[in-house]
Design a protein around this ligand. Structure first.
Ligand SMILES: [Zn+2]
Length: 328
């Protein structure tokens, strides 16, 4: 029996007229399990067309469908059936359904191959895009690395930890000390309030692996383009492998842009928030200098320390506490 397996060249009908103009086409031509021969192709209609699968009662299914399969019957005539009707009316074990599954696979394969072919036709363009994206991703990673190494271990450890947990809130503790006058013993009573200073943007940038993964992937895709463009003889397996990489091209370029965007957002964070990440004196001084510069004041590291102390005093007044400590 002839089935889609032996006839993979399925037709993609572009209009209903293309089907009705087939000399073998008959309107309202009943399709049954017994008279079915093969799938000829498919069509996606703008207006719905009625399915010609014959029900047990003898009437036609008649359900209107946008997506239909065109089938040839044993008597040589042609009819149409709705996309889902083969499974509903004939069951998953039927030849019709199996042929449709094969046809769908063949169709997906064809669409994939067409897509890969069209990408390969623009190979030079995509190779350039990939090359530029790889440079941008590397630059973003280096900028990030430079910043993290310029502060210190404590800060780096803390921010990596935050990125891992995905908690981007910068929280501090305000400490208020009260002395109990009544008892006369002067025992201090400490109360603590938690205060969210701000929320970091683009925190997910702090994951080095993603830069590496994406760069390696883009290198593979670029190499696949070069190979597809320059090789004269490639076997089926190599073609499939190249196709697999090439079809990842556009998603990878989108990912690269997103990643660079996340890094840009990360660098918009105020260094003022970072001043509450670490107890380390020199790291804090570096961050304070950065924060002070951001607020438009130039000066030495010592001036930055004084500036931070001043800002902390202001914050204590705002929060009504005696001092501020890091929240871990
Ligand atoms: Zn139907």
């Amino acid at each position: 029996m002839q089935t889609a397996r032996s006839n993979p060249e399925l037709l993609n009908f572009e209009s209903f007229e293309q089907i009705t103009s087939l000399p073998e086409y008959r309107p309202n031509n009943p399709l049954t399990h017994e008279n079915y021969r093969q799938i000829l192709g498919w069509y996606h209609f703008v207006e719905k067309q009625c399915c010609c699968v014959q029900r047990a009662s003898g009437t036609l299914c008649g359900t209107p469908h946008n997506h239909v399969w065109v089938a040839k019957l044993k008597d040589g005539t042609v009819t149409i059936l709705g996309a889902d009707c083969a499974n509903d009316k004939f069951g998953a074990d039927s030849t019709v359904f199996k042929d449709i599954s094969l046809a769908m696979n063949a169709r997906r394969e064809k669409e994939r191959a067409d897509k890969v072919r069209s990408l390969v036709e623009q190979s030079t363009h995509f190779e350039n895009e990939l090359r530029a994206a790889i440079v941008r991703v590397r630059q973003a990673r280096m900028q990030l690395d430079e910043f993290l190494s310029s502060v210190g271990h404590e800060f780096r450890r803390r921010i990596v930890n935050m990125a891992k947990t995905g908690n981007a809130s910068v929280v501090i503790e305000g400490v208020k000390v009260r002395y109990d006058q009544k008892s006369g013993k002067n025992t201090p009573e400490t109360s603590i309030i938690k205060h969210t200073l701000g929320v970091l943007d683009g925190l997910s940038a702090i994951d080095y692996q993603q830069f590496l993964r994406l760069t390696v992937e883009m290198e593979h895709i670029k190499a696949a383009f070069v190979e597809a463009r320059t090789s004269t003889r490639v076997n089926r397996a190599i073609k499939a492998k190249l196709g697999y990489h090439i079809e990842q091209c556009e998603p990878a370029l989108v990912q690269a842009e997103q990643l660079v965007g996340v890094v840009t957002r990360f660098f918009r964070n105020q260094a003022w928030l970072y001043c509450f990440f670490t107890d380390d004196r020199s790291e804090r001084a570096r961050l304070a200098k950065r924060a002070m510069n951001e607020s438009g004041i130039e000066g030495s590291r010592d001036q930055a320390k004084a500036w931070l102390t001043q800002r902390e005093h202001e914050l204590c007044r705002e929060l009504g506490v005696d001092r501020i400590r890091l929240c871990r």
